[in-house]
Design a protein around this ligand. Structure first.
Ligand code: ME8
Length: 517
């Protein structure tokens, strides 16, 4: 028996200093769609998300809230967990960095790095941005009008001087460059890959990996005056969830190295430079790929709490519907680019692409079967070239969409599915089954069969993006639950005579008043 190929995909683990917003939902959505796609394509998928709970930033947020960090992280981490249900995310595991399994794992990677002499004790004097939990060199900083020094991200920096353990990052420069060269797909998109390579070429300094000035972190084994740098702690979550430190386990051998770490462009350096260096230094394999997606703005403005324009995923789902929100986020912006959220473009996509193109296609075909054929799937009859062309376009969708998903070009994958949706609408108009009803009933049956078959393929393909709406569509075609994987497209055709349930509209239209509200 052949074993299923495996696919291990991760989101960043989110800081619990604040509530989840659209940016967090976006990254996890991209992973959810990939995880669902791979499951339907026959993979054994492990999809991980979670929360990053240590460090100064979270400690300070707990302090502001007036509760101890553990109680604070319990509370906020739960909100990230709640989002999973609200967005219909299908993660297999949720990791918190405050869990025992993770603390044991971080201490084990530390021990490996010490044993291999990759970490030494020194002292740090330099700039630190708590908001980014990152160290910066003087040359990277700018000053604002008040003279406050700022990191390239805009975060204020403070001077830090304290004893610290260092990771010998400088010694990894050449090996990292060689690794990028030998693994051209490791960093995507390509423009980001070039940025990382030029950063590494410009020279790497040893990295401070412990702090003594606060307590909210994993203690350094054997020297508990120090807590570990939150990024060493956080990145390690990806191997903790694969069973580290038990590198002999079936789980670890099965899932590590991860197939894809999905991240926002803000944290690419940590994932594409520090993380493979930590892993190689610890004698472990680096992940296969890191994809850095772009940044959302709201009606042209940066999303920030202080501007009061944070977009809540809950509000979007309430207002527009869950699958509509999922569709919009991945269709609107070429994945990898920055994108702007605008209400008018959300409504226009929902009305044009979901309600008119897709929903209306299913609704009119299924209603014709109900009205004219007593709700029974017609006999297929003889296919014309035009019938064959449409069926061929629909059944070849897995082959067309698969490489696009492997390249994380979700917008193109959706566009290719919509090419078939638009072709189906053109086919209905051209074949005019409502005319055939009188002139040639058997031909009407064939046309409706071709259309129902095409909709079956389309609904199977849209499952990763819009799981609930696609499920309803497949239910309305009486497709059994075990006939919904990609391989069923070719093998489980609709059976003439099958009785279909009464069709119901799936994608509502937004009226002009709602659109302008
Ligand atoms: O960086 N647009 O956590 P974080 C798009 N704990 N994506 C956005 C976004 C926006 N406006 N805002 C946030 C951390 N994101 C670390 C990660 S991983 C080992 C540790 C998404 O809570 C995007 O994926 O600040 C970004 O990389 C991530 O949230 C940052 O989440």
């Amino acid at each position: 028996m052949s074993e299923k190929p495996r696919y291990y995909i991760t989101t960043p683990i989110y800081y619990v200093n604040d509530d989840p917003h659209i940016g967090h939902a976006y990254t996890t959505l991209a992973c959810d769609v990939l995880a669902r796609f791979k499951r339907l394509d026959g993979f054994d998928v492990h999809f991980l998300t979670g929360t990053d709970e240590h460090g100064q930033k979270v400690e300070k947020a707990a302090d502001v809230a007036g509760i101890d960090p553990k109680a604070f992280t319990d509370k906020v981490s739960q909100r990230f967990r709640d989002l999973l249900g609200a967005m219909n995310f299908s993660n297999d595991d949720f990791i918190r960095t405050t869990e025992d399994r993770h603390i044991a794992s971080v201490q084990a990677i530390w021990a490996r790095l010490i044993e291999r002499k990759e970490i030494y004790l020194g002292s740090y004097a330099g700039w630190y941005a708590v908001r980014d939990e990152a160290f910066y060199g003087e040359g990277e900083l700018t000053k604002d009008a008040a003279g406050q020094r700022l990191a390239p991200s805009g975060a204020p920096v403070e001077w830090v001087e304290e004893p610290s353990y260092f990771f010998r990052l400088s010694a990894w420069q050449d090996r990292l460059l060689k690794f990028y060269e030998e693994n051209p797909d490791f960093i995507a998109p390509n423009s980001r890959r070039n940025e990382v390579i030029s950063f590494v070429k410009s020279g790497l300094q040893d990295l401070s990996v412990s702090r003594v000035s606060f307590k909210w972190g994993v203690p350094v084994p054997g020297d508990d005056a120090h807590v570990m740098y939150v990024w060493l702690d956080a990145l390690t979550n990806y191997i903790t969830a694969a069973g580290f430190p038990d590198t002999e386990s079936e789980m670890f051998n099965r899932y590590w190295p991860a197939d894809l770490h999905m991240v926002g462009k803000d944290i690419l350096r940590f994932h594409a430079v520090y993380w493979p260096a930590f892993l190689m230094a610890a004698g472990l394999e680096p992940p296969k790929r890191v994809f850095a997606h772009g940044w959302w703005t709201n009606e042209g403005q940066k999303i920030s709490k202080s501007l009061g324009n944070v977009i809540s995923p809950y509000d979007l789902v309430d207002q527009y519907g869950l699958d509509q929100t999922r569709y919009f986020l991945l269709r609107e912006v070429p994945f990898g680019n920055d994108g702007d959220f605008s209400k008018s473009s959300m409504i226009s996509r929902m009305n044009n692409e979901l309600a008119n193109d897709y929903g209306n296609l299913a609704q009119r075909v299924l209603s014709m079967i109900t009205k004219n054929l007593d709700g029974q799937m017609p006999a297929q009859g003889d296919f014309t070239d035009e019938d064959k062309r449409l069926l061929e376009a629909a059944t070849s969708l897995p082959e067309i969409v698969r490489p696009l998903m492997d390249a994380q070009t979700f917008h193109e994958a959706l566009e290719r599915i919509w090419v078939v949706i638009r072709a189906s609408n053109a086919y209905v108009d051209h074949q005019a089954p409502w005319v055939l009803r009188k002139s040639d009933p058997p031909r009407m049956g064939t046309v409706l069969y071709v259309l129902a078959e095409t909709i079956r393929c389309l609904a199977i393909m849209t499952q990763p993006f819009m799981p609930e709406s696609s499920r309803q569509m497949l239910d309305q075609l009486a497709v059994p639950p075990d006939g919904r994987s990609f391989s069923s497209i070719a093998t489980n055709k609709l059976m003439p005579g099958t009785v279909l349930p009464r069709p119901q509209g799936i994608f509502p239209r937004f009226s002009d008043e709602e659109a302008s509200a």
